[in-house]
Design a protein around this ligand. Sequence first.
Ligand SMILES: Cc1cc2nc3c(=O)[nH]c(=O)nc-3n(C[C@H](O)[C@H](O)[C@H](O)COP(=O)(O)OP(=O)(O)OC[C@H]3O[C@@H](n4cnc5c(N)ncnc54)[C@H](O)[C@@H]3O)c2cc1C
Ligand SMILES: *[C@@H]1O[C@H](CO)[C@@H](O)[C@H](O)[C@H]1NC(C)=O
Ligand SMILES: *[C@@H]1O[C@H](CO)[C@@H](O)[C@H](O)[C@H]1NC(C)=O
Ligand SMILES: *[C@@H]1O[C@H](CO)[C@@H](O)[C@H](O)[C@H]1NC(C)=O
Ligand SMILES: *[C@@H]1O[C@H](CO)[C@@H](O)[C@H](O)[C@H]1NC(C)=O
Length: 618
Amino acid sequence: MRLTMDTVATFFVLTIFSSTHASISNFAELYKETEDLIRLSETYQRLENNNEYFTNFDPNKKPFDYGTFDFIVVGAGTAGGVVANRLSESSFKVLLVEAGPRNPDTVSVPALGGYFIRTPWDWGYNTTVQENVCLATIDKRCIYPRGKMWGGSSSLNGNHYTRGSKWDYDLWAEIVGNNDWSYENILPYFKKAEKAMFKIDFDRNYHGFSGLQCVDLPEDTPGLTTMLLEAFKEKGSIELDYHGQSPYGISRVQNFLDGNIRAGTAHAYIRPAADRHNLIISDNSLVTKVIITNNRAVGIEFVKNGKLYFAQASKEVILSAGAINTPQVLMLSGIGPLQELKKHGIKVVKDLPVGKNLQEHVGFFAPFFRTNHTYYNLTLKEQLNFWYANKRPMTSGAGSQVISFTNLKNNTYSRPDIELLVIGPRFVSSTIATSNRFNEEYTAAYQILNEYTDFAISVNLLHPESKGEVTLQSNDPRKYPLIDLNSFSVEKDLETMYQSIKSLLELQNTKAFKNFKAERLFVAMPGCDEKYKIDSKKWWYCALKQVAFPGYHPIGTAIMGADPCNSVIDSELKVHGIRGLRIADASIFPVTISGHTAAPVVMIAEKVSALIKAEHRD
Ligand SMILES: Cc1cc2nc3c(=O)[nH]c(=O)nc-3n(C[C@H](O)[C@H](O)[C@H](O)COP(=O)(O)OP(=O)(O)OC[C@H]3O[C@@H](n4cnc5c(N)ncnc54)[C@H](O)[C@@H]3O)c2cc1C
Ligand SMILES: *[C@@H]1O[C@H](CO)[C@@H](O)[C@H](O)[C@H]1NC(C)=O
Ligand SMILES: *[C@@H]1O[C@H](CO)[C@@H](O)[C@H](O)[C@H]1NC(C)=O
Ligand SMILES: *[C@@H]1O[C@H](CO)[C@@H](O)[C@H](O)[C@H]1NC(C)=O
Ligand SMILES: *[C@@H]1O[C@H](CO)[C@@H](O)[C@H](O)[C@H]1NC(C)=O
């Protein structure tokens, strides 16, 4: 049976995708590209600005005319890819402008995402110096990856498919005063996007079957996945589909997966639409400004190969540059907080709280456990062969095994406050230290991790009270925006994580863990171990501040709401007071989501496409 499935999957890859993914159908090519990617990521110096677009740039030259389009979509990322596909299904003329290039074929292998965060396909951002998080890094600044290619961050993320809970959307609807955003009313857009491919039981009422977005479960890690399910069940959890009636239980993790292929927006939406004659894609193009005359967006300016271009939009401009770059482009266009615009000498078009309300999850790859099993002791070549046969480790974006949503107080009627994600072998290793730029002491401490035997329970805080901000360094589009997460500035956030860790540690006493010989592995926490008793509350607070890192799920920087005093867009995603300009990406969320953000971004993009089509008939 297994053999047949595998053969079918490989056949599928070879025939269906050979036209667009040339190197996937050729093992030798894919292997070489993968080796090159890994080598590049090991030595790569991350970018520090946008200078690359401006070589031989003449600031006194008038912009070249790039033509007129019905719609211009800024950013071919997670949201932008969906919007461009849906709008170009009609006869509209659509321009999609992306700062990065077309995604390389190695994006198809989910596990390679982690390498892309140290290549030119990532923006290479850091946060500003933080006071309460990322303290184990060399400079107290968290790395802050963002995809810069077709598919945007969906081309390099952890590939987890989570929509958030019904309570999140009901709260969203309440806050923006519009019931169109209630769970009941947005569920159809999740279904519209989805093509569920699960081979095990799931809650069919909550899934879609004919969308463009394939969702599946990577195969199990032999023995480990089921052991973890058993352990949670021993502690009283019910095994269920977390997208069904209730999220409270234990489940295998749903992924953006088409067979063995990462089904990010590039694969699901952009490549299938790229040959349409009414969709023009200009990549390697940095959008510097939305041009606004008489409070109407009339087009955009972008820089490509040292030349400035102007493209005109006869209907609308849709900004989908993501929660860090959308606020930057807005501010450069004169839309933002008055003080911030004045500070950088930018002419004020509209005073709105752009960049405020930055909210972000924080995650913690701990506690660690060691099993007496050895997993995936395979060469790169062998791992790729496994991948062709739909087997881990490379079918999974982050090595995750099982997922559990929990609420410390009331786990029946309200939002989950913590997500537990168990990260398996080959993804728990000393490279955690290098990719996060840990200092010498912490890098040394993390050498103890064994990538073949160890797993970690990652604890993710879903609704932090701490808020940060995106601001400008300068009015010059060459300069990167400033990202201040301000995580753990509210002590309650630390406490929620601590309480959750305390309760999950009970898993180590289960029969499932004991029979599996899974034991706690203590990793030294310099600066904490010598000051506090290990596992005490103070020790955990200290450890969290040292090694917790952001979830890379920023939201809220162009927040939706009814009142222009404290929001940027209305519930139809239109910028307050400006005609012809909508925002569709992670920056619009008015509330944190109980889960990772990519699936909600796709939902938003499906919804805005429907709104736009209803307003402008072709
Ligand atoms: C390392 C990492 C792991 C993650 N793991 C998960 C996960 O497992 N599951 C999950 O659901 N979510 C995950 N996320 C979060 C999720 O990927 C993002 O929330 C989501 O992809 C954001 O979509 P977006 O459309 O808002 O932005 P993006 O997908 O980032 O798209 C923005 C696009 O705009 C382009 N752009 C930006 N500025 C300009 C400009 N000035 N001109 C032209 N183009 C521009 C960018 O290059 C990019 O392509 C992860 C994120 C990261 C970084
Ligand atoms: C990020 O931090 C690293 C380490 O301090 C530094 O080398 C790099 O220049 C920084 N990049 C940006 C964009 O700030
Ligand atoms: C793991 O422990 C079990 C139980 O003690 C033992 O039977 C098994 O041989 C061990 N496996 C390895 C690889 O050490
Ligand atoms: C992995 O395999 C190699 C070669 O077969 C062997 O030498 C090595 O000890 C193995 N590593 C682990 C952790 O089992
Ligand atoms: C949980 O919340 C619901 C709805 O707010 C409430 O009716 C119920 O009493 C709460 N249960 C507990 C144990 O607090």
